[in-house]
Write a protein of this length. Structure first.
Lengths: 296, 296
């Protein structure tokens, strides 16, 4: 992308914005946000914007942030932006890609089209796509770039647990786990997950010998933590000497971290896609490279 | 509007939906909503919809509800709806109609255009419009209907306080107060408001004799309650025998009702635009009449 460009961000993502701006040679464009007592938002952008504007907004707890994106994208166009890129390291609403029962809102497609109506390009990390093959099917923007946290997490595991057995919590992660494992020649396996509801998940270990192994559970996203807890208990019962966790997206709702600790999980490592105490690797260099590769 | 039509609603507006459906001869169409631990919503509509669909959603604490409207309006179209009417007794984001400082998002216009992209008609009550003359300028749908709670509130005041002095908290309400007062020949006046911030407002009473009067403060919306508290204190200090409050929209954020009581305010009456313990009159008949007047 031709410079100069500005990276718009809110205060709560300042650290992430600084890392990306430094890597990508962008100017920081802080935005002000005020919440009125009745819940309405007031946003203020820099008063003048260049043609190329990048917006940083990771979309955990997404609903209010989607309204922010509507307000700020429309305002950015009025202030001079002609090419708007959304950097959303965690992209929300990617799981519901069909109506599981008649009448359900297919939120992936609806939110994807909403974002495509606001932005010219979207960059994200490990979106939770199942039945669609590409991000562009879900978010039909001209340029949709998918990055992965798996290589960086695999590098970290190679340093911290050189002989790790990488275990994925469900079959959906099989290909992702295999690629991460291949990078350093890790043994790997995936569990079988049967989901009965948001907080009710049954895990079955795959066949294999876990005795004496240092296991690292690797997943794209951890929310309630219940899946990781179940997997960890089974692995420790099967003789694993340690169970650590590496995830791209550290959502960790409520008391999730406490549950992980109580289940005997040692370390929790994550990328900085969602700011969290467990952040151990930064996606900023990869995001900067993706920004450089966009054609405005 | 030609029947049959359905009124889509969520559980938290069931009572309001029942009143409107009964008056308008609509079938209730309950929608299911589930919030995942990570904040994402799952919505389910009735699996088949008629051509004409009415959506009830009052927009206090609006951000999550705007995302709901996006999801449900797009889904309703896929399920067969061809003409979508939004009944939003309280319409959010109507106050910021210009950029007060450079770079501010003009949320009235942006949210208005967002709603106009989802719905064919909008019905609301006493929207807080200042610098635009009509609702259709703010929400550019083919049919935009504005109702007022003032006549019903004035009727109620005539029953409860036959010799009331109606007082508006600021000059913006002058015309609205005058119309409500004319209905029953009430004396009326408006205060002068100087706003220093969300929770910092200075009120000056108009010239006049308040001694021995039963005053009713009449306004379109009450949020923090601080304006009403200041006005009530000045009026009681000026000799008013009682100060009651009648508002269309009972937002009453946080401890607002407690503050009103401590300031010596007696009764608080409101319309049912926002469900609240103070609701004393229902807009359902007026909304039903407006629905009957729409041309699909």
């Amino acid at each position: 992308m031709s410079s100069p460009a500005v990276l718009l961000h809110f205060d709560d993502e300042l650290a992430s914005a600084q890392r990306i701006a430094a890597q990508a040679g962008l100017t920081l464009g802080p935005m002000a946000r005020h919440r009125f007592p009745d819940g309405e938002l007031k946003l203020r952008l820099p008063a003048a914007l260049p043609e190329h504007v990048v917006v940083l907004r990771t979309l955990d707890h997404p609903n209010e942030k989607l309204v922010e994106l509507l307000l700020l994208a429309r305002t950015a166009r009025e202030l001079g932006a002609r090419h708007l890129t959304l950097v959303s390291p965690y992209l929300a609403y990617m799981r519901q890609d069909i109506a599981f029962t008649p009448g359900e809102a297919v939120s992936q497609r609806i939110v994807g089209q909403f974002l495509a109506g606001l932005f010219d390009a979207v960059i994200t990390v490990d979106p939770h796509l199942h039945r669609v093959a590409t991000l562009q099917e879900a978010v039909p923007v001209p340029q949709a770039v998918v990055l992965s946290g798996a290589p960086l997490l695999a590098n970290l595991v190679a340093q911290q647990r050189p002989n790790a057995l990488l275990v994925g919590p469900d079959e959906e992660s099989a290909q992702w786990i295999a690629q991460a494992a291949a990078r350093h020649g890790f043994d790997h396996a995936v569990c079988r997950k049967v989901r009965h509801g948001d907080r009710s998940v049954t895990i079955e270990l795959p066949a294999g010998n876990f005795s004496g192994r240092a296991v690292v559970l690797l997943d794209d996203v951890a929310s309630s933590g219940h899946t990781l807890v179940q997997a960890a208990r089974l692995l420790l019962a099967a003789g694993a000497t340690s169970v650590d966790v590496a995830v791209t997206h550290a959502l960790f709702a409520g008391d999730a971290l406490q549950l992980l600790s109580e289940a005997g999980i040692g370390q929790v490592w994550s990328t900085d896609c969602i700011a969290h105490a467990s952040n151990a690797v930064s996606m900023a260099p990869a995001i900067a490279a993706a920004l450089a590769g966009l054609t405005p």
